[in-house]
Write a protein that binds this ligand. Sequence first.
Ligand SMILES: [Zn+2]
Length: 175
Amino acid sequence: MTEVSTNWPLERVADLNAFYGDPRGSDGSVGVEWYHENMDIWSPPYPMFYSDGKHTPLHHLSVHKKCLVVFDAAFKDVLETLGHDYIVEKRLNISGGSFCYRLERGGSRLSVHSWGCAIDMDPQHNPFPHHWVANRGFIDMKFVGIMQRHGFDWRGDLEHHDIDPMHFQLCRHVF
Ligand SMILES: [Zn+2]
């Protein structure tokens, strides 16, 4: 198994910028130079589809180069541990995407997706803002456990009553 950084930055703009670089461009969109220097192309180890209801294949996702090896190891682990049938049954092959330069929902600061260090899984069944609920089709807990073992912070965390169960990130949320 790939050695995982246990030192992911805190989910604060200054900490994220220090670790991943500052993605802000000059005109309200992502900085072109930052993007080319820091983003990489990840090909998921099993067929993944965009959550657009049309089953559009997601052959490649843009992730930060510091995250690529962890995304790869985590989803390979998902495939090896849970198997393809289970992945399809639990919709662990449906994603809302990873990199997206945008403001936080309902906020004025950048979403962590702007640094390319997060991925949304099956957003249709894990709506924001909503607590994870058992037996209601929310994200599978075996999947959550594997992602967490690889260092992902899950924003559906039950202990903290978090409300973004689709969202996994390589930075540490500050409650
Ligand atoms: Zn998200």
